[in-house]
Structure formats: C-alpha cells, structure tokens
Design a protein around this ligand. Structure first.
Ligand code: NAD
Length: 398
C-alpha cells in the first residue's frame, strides 16, 4: 500500500506535510501532490515471487495478461492464475520494466510477453492472451477495461468495478461492442463460507431475516495522497466504502436476496489528517428492504482493532461470520434457540483460482457469468446513493 522506500516520494510526502501545516495554502496544495489519475509504474511491493515457474498450461487453458503488478496483482492474482485449472498467466502489463521483468521471469514468461501502458495496444495481435485481469487502482479500471476490449480481449476487473455509474455503463457498452465478457472480481462468490451462508439463507436457516450487520474496518497507517492511491479521491472515490465496505454491501445483498428500497448514510472526514484530506475515514449506512428487513453497514480506515464481520439475525436464528470475507481464516456460527454450531464448509483459499476458472468456463463452455459487469454497476449505483444520502443528510429512495 505505501512505499516508504521511495525516497523521492518520501520527500514529496514530507513537503506535503509541511504544506498541510500551512492551511492558508488551501486544499489545492494536496491535489497537486496526489498520485496521478493515469497508469504509472510503482516499485516492487513486499510480496514473495514463486520459486519455480507456473506449470505448463492445460489444453484449452485461457491465457491472461495481468495488468498492475502491485500487492494484490503479484501477491494473489498471479499465484491464483498459476493454480487455476483452466487459465494461466500469459503476459504482464506494467509501467515499471524492472518489476515486470522480475515477475515475468518468476512465472516463466518470455520477454515478448511483457507489455507497458505505452505499447499495450500491440496486445491485440498476441494470440497467447485472451483475457486481461485488471488489478490497477480503482479509478483506472474504466479506461483500461475499454482499452482491453478495444484490443479484443475478455476482461476480469477488480472491485470496485469503477468509481461512477457512468464509467460502469461505458465499460459494459464497450464489452458488448467487442462481443467479450466483463467479469467483476467478487471473489466471495467462489469462497466456501460465503457460498454456504448464501445457501443457508436460501434454506431459511434463521427464519425471516430481520437485520443484517456488517463491519469492514481497520486503521490505516500514516500516509498521504502523494504516496498511496487509496487516499486519492480520483483513484479511490470516497475511500473505505469502495475498497473494503463493498464486501459488507455485497453480503447484505447476497444474503438478504433483496435490493434495498431506501437507505440513509453518514460519512466522517476528520480535518487535519493527511490520510483523509481527499477521502472519508468512515461510512455508516442503514438500508431498508421491501421485506421489512434492515441492514446496517459500517466501514472505516480509522478504527483499531480491525474488524471484518457479517451477521444475519432472523426470526428463528443468528448466522455470524467473523472474519467473514478475508483471504482466509473465516469463522462461521449458526445459532438456533439454545443450540449453536460452528460450520467449516471448506478452504477459503480456493476462492482466488476458482474465480479465474469461472471466467474460463464462461468463455469455453458458454456458462452464465455469475458476477457480471451489471452487478458491479448495481453496486456502484448503491454507493452513489449512499454518498447522495450522506451529502443531503436525508433518506434516499433506491
Ligand atoms: P497496489 O497499490 O498494491 O498496486 C497497484 C498497482 O497499480 C501497482 O502495481 C502500481 O504500479 C499500479 N499503478 C498504475 N498506475 C498507478 C497510479 N496512478 N497510482 C498508483 N499505482 C498505480 O494496490 P492493490 O492492493 O494491488 O489494488 C489494486 C486493485 O485491486 C484495486 O482495484 C483494489 O480494489 C483491488 N484489490 C482487490 C482485493 C480483493 O480481495 N479482491 C484486494 C486488494 C486489492
């Protein structure tokens, strides 16, 4: 997330800190020092590369170009593609040639499978690549999804799909025009605990749902828009909601099986904190569903200890997941009457590669996409409604 080893950025950050201490300069001083809303190369993140190249792809395996070699791209996406049965890493796209070369070598890719943001269009002629996995800062998802479709590739795009519904609509239209798939990387739809929770709700395990409670929160270390895209409005939107709270929002929808009819939200943006000069620190939302159920969602970059909880209270029981939506370590209990049972439906670690294999089965077998661009658009529209409600201080109809 932050790159303290970058001495030039460190200097920039320090100069920003002194600018912040001079309030007469106003907030534009921050804006000029923020990371740009264009694809650039950042240093190698603190992740381990594999000791041996990925296995040879199976017959009919879908080749992916991984775009954005950051913490998640190198740390989770590339290992997942290497582990997947029906896909593999076929290329990398990066603005940092040294980092790209290291990643390519570790995965056994030839030099001509390394692309930069400047020569990316040439990927159109590269038959080894059928899909692009976009792992860039969220504000860059829309432009690079459009470029990937223009190059004739399918797209697997990280969450949040984009920062505005207009961007999401552009992405969907570009996919339709290209005749290619647009999948959003909502990994919990492939994770055994969340899948079991969805099943339990469909079976009525807690009776009629009365209330859903979600917490996605942690305390972000000292940082600023000069060094960390997660606190830059043009790259991260409002901040914690798009990045982390989206898991609670998604869970409220896939566990209730409903869309809210109205919602009311509040945002918090403390003054004089470089982390929150452009984004919110916390977002609190209450939703009403047509069934009468409610959902209360809290997300924050400013609470310690962190929390990742989803709970569903029903007329006949309580389902609790904590941690609920992480990379691993999920814990789930179901309480009915005096009886409480702990459920362990499988290894959460499979979510990353099963997600990639899903796009392969959509492309190869014509299976229906379960997490399409339309779902990403739906969620971005809800987030827009959340910010509208918070700005107006009113309940808004959805
Ligand atoms: P990161 O900061 O670790 O990496 C971002 C990458 O984008 C870096 O390789 C960087 O070089 C590149 N980049 C290109 N232009 C940039 C710019 N203008 N500013 C900063 N970096 C730029 O971030 P990350 O944690 O890997 O997140 C990337 C995407 O993945 C985001 O959309 C995020 O929401 C998503 N993500 C998803 C999960 C998940 O569990 N599904 C987890 C983490 C991140």
């Amino acid at each position: 997330m932050t790159h303290p080893s970058l001495s030039r950025r460190r200097l920039l950050q320090l100069s920003c800190a002194s600018l912040a201490a001079a309030p007469w300069l106003g907030s534009s001083a921050w804006a000029s020092a923020s990371l740009p809303r264009k694809a650039i190369g950042m240093p190698f993140p603190g992740v381990q590369l594999p000791a041996s190249p990925q296995p040879a792809p199976s017959e009919g395996s879908v080749g992916f170009a991984v775009m954005g070699l950051g913490g998640y791209g190198l740390g989770r996406v590339m290992p997942a593609l290497a582990r997947a049965e029906r896909c593999h890493v076929a290329a990398v796209v990066s603005g940092n040639p040294e980092k790209a070369a290291r990643a390519a070598a570790a995965y056994g890719l030839p030099d001509d499978a390394i692309y930069s943001y400047d020569n990316f269009d040439a990927i159109a002629d590269d038959d080894r690549v059928e899909a692009v996995y976009i792992v860039l800062p969220s504000g860059l998802h829309a432009d690079w999804t459009e470029k990937s479709f223009a190059a004739g590739k399918h797209v697997l795009c990280e969450k949040p799909m984009a920062l505005t519904s207009a961007e999401c609509e552009r992405m969907i239209a570009a996919g339709q025009q290209a005749g290619k798939q647009l999948m959003i990387a909502y990994r919990c739809h492939f994770e055994p605990y969340n899948l079991r929770a969805m099943e339990l709700m469909r079976e009525g395990a807690v009776g009629a749902i009365r209330d859903i409670e979600t917490f996605q929160q942690y305390r972000m270390g000292p940082t600023s828009p000069a060094e960390n895209w997660r606190v830059v409005r043009s790259l991260a939107g409002g901040g914690p909601l798009e990045d982390y709270g989206i898991y609670g929002l998604q869970a409220a929808l896939y566990l209730s099986g409903e869309m809210p009819s109205s919602l009311r939200a509040e945002t918090v943006q403390p003054a004089n904190d470089p982390r929150f000069s452009e984004i919110f620190a916390s977002v609190r939302t209450e939703m009403q569903f047509p069934s009468g159920a409610t959902a209360r969602l809290f997300t924050s970059y400013d609470t310690n200890p962190g929390r990742n909880r989803v709970a569903v209270a029903g007329a006949d029981g309580l389902l609790e997941m904590e941690p609920a939506t992480g990379y691993g370590g999920q814990h789930m209990t179901l309480t009915r009457g005096d009886a409480s049972e702990t459920l362990a439906p499988g290894d959460p670690g499979v979510q990353f590669h099963l997600q990639c294999d899903h796009l392969a089965e959509v492309i190869r077998d014509g299976k229906e996409l379960i997490v399409p661009g339309e779902m990403g658009l739906r969620d971005v529209r809800l987030m827009e409604a959340i910010y509208r409600s918070a700005a107006a201080g009113e309940t808004v109809a959805v």
